[in-house]
Design a protein. Structure first.
Length: 433
């Protein structure tokens, strides 16, 4: 990459969300050309930056050496790439690959989320990361594996949503989690990843049962008759028992194969179960439909349904914030996890637990899977973790004027369509130094 070499793809076209953008005030942002790079195919660009389809790239002003910047699955700036990690060895030299730390569990779930339909036994053999017992389960339950894949994708997307404003934002490269040592070392973030992944599998398999996609299960018929509230149990209740049981069998077998007495296995098994219990079982809801003349509710039939997965994410995020640091101790004839601080009350089955404190995630360390916060969009007025002071770790931030194109002056025309104008709106964009 020669000095100053880079490739830029502007934001003149519309993003996937229908919003275009272009940069102004390059000097204020400390950039050489004020470039915004747009890429709707990947949530990650040069410095892990993301804001609704428009990705901010810190250019030469904030890099020690000029970096080649390219969108999509190509090379990205300052040692980041979606098809492998890259770093610049110096001015005028070629970009060389460096290893990315392998993602932990849900490593195999993440890989499942990126493959196509799993309809043949040979596909199970080719799935990297599965242990032999999981391969056998895959072969015996081919029709269920597509649901497992959807559950893994749900978990990744929800993780990114819940942590979008945190220093660790559940970033991905090429649709695979790059949690690195942050997760393999048993941090609070690891607890959330395992819990949301286990919940995602249970959720997706349960939904597949109720929608008639699977021959091995269907609606939950154990709930029937008239409830104490006077309504009739009917319809198709979600078969949460099957979804949870499959998640336990497929996800937990990996930890049990290592020996349930190891500290990390105990932590993972606990968080797997907490994800299924707090997020799914305790948040099951009752949905009803009225029957009667002219919309009256003379007869009401109801059924049990799993909550929206966004609610699952919110519940687990609260558990993440209140997670308990634990350590292994021998209790009787077995090992158990107990609070590291004796003044804390014992954790419950619904709490998340972790073994090691987390790094601050401020500076980039690709070998540990930490992308840092340089180039991240921050909220100038917020005092919370998404505020520029905390998110930027005290390094300060750049400000630039960005023009957004959005729909406005929408009118309904008979019959039957809505016509809108494209309006330009100037907004301030703040990014961490």
């Amino acid at each position: 990459a020669a000095s100053g070499a880079r490739e830029r793809k502007g934001c003149e076209s519309e993003t996937a969300a229908g919003v275009g953008c272009r940069a102004r005030g390059a000097d204020r942002a400390g950039l050489t050309d004020g470039g915004l790079v747009q890429d709707s195919t990947s949530p990650l660009l040069a410095l892990g930056t993301r804001q609704d389809g428009c990705h901010w790239i810190q250019r030469e002003a904030n890099l020690q050496d000029p970096s080649l910047v390219r969108t999509g699955s190509q090379r990205l700036g300052q040692g980041v790439a979606s098809a492998g990690a890259w770093k610049e060895e110096g001015r005028g030299s070629a970009l060389r690959p460096i290893p990315i730390p392998n993602p932990p569990l849900p490593r195999y779930l993440a890989k499942l989320s990126s493959v196509g339909s799993i309809s043949e036994e040979e596909t199970c053999e080719k799935l990297k990361g599965l242990i032999q017992r999981q391969v056998q389960m895959c072969k015996r339950n081919l029709e269920v594996m597509d649901s497992v894949r959807r559950g893994a994708q749900l978990a990744i997307e929800e993780c990114q949503y819940q942590f979008r404003n945190r220093r660790w934002n559940c970033s991905t490269l090429d649709s695979l989690p790059v949690f690195g040592k942050v997760v393999t070392q048993g941090t609070r973030e690891a607890a959330f990843v395992y819990a949301i992944s286990s919940a995602g599998v249970a959720f997706a398999v349960t939904r597949a049962c109720s929608s008639g996609e699977l021959e091995k299960c269907g609606c939950d018929r154990t709930v029937h008759g008239v409830s104490p509230q006077g309504f009739q149990w009917s319809g198709c209740s979600d078969n949460i028992a099957y979804g949870v049981a499959f998640s336990q069998s497929f996800v937990d077998v990996r930890e049990r194969s290592k020996g349930a007495s190891s500290s990390r296995a105990l932590m993972n098994l606990h968080n797997n179960e907490a994800g299924r219990k707090v997020a799914i079982l305790t948040h099951m809801r009752v949905e009803c439909k009225c029957h009667g003349v002219s919309g009256s509710c003379e007869v009401k039939t109801c059924w049990r349904a799993v909550p929206p997965f966004r609610q699952v994410g919110h519940a687990l995020k609260e558990k993440f914030d209140g997670a308990t640091e634990v350590e292994p101790r021998r209790v009787g004839s077995s090992r158990a996890l107990v609070p590291r601080n004796a003044q804390f009350k014992p954790h419950t089955d619904e709490d998340l637990v972790y073994l090691e404190p987390s790094p601050d995630f401020c500076e980039q360390d690709m070998r540990s899977g930490v992308l840092g916060t340089r180039g991240r969009t921050c909220n100038k007025t917020s005092k919370a973790i998404d505020g520029c002071e905390l998110l930027c770790c005290g390094r300060g931030f750049h400000t630039a004027q960005v023009e957004l194109a959005e729909r406005c002056s929408c009118k309904f025309h008979w019959c039957c369509f809505v016509k809108c104008r494209q309006c330009q709106r100037l907004v301030e964009l703040h990014t961490c130094r």
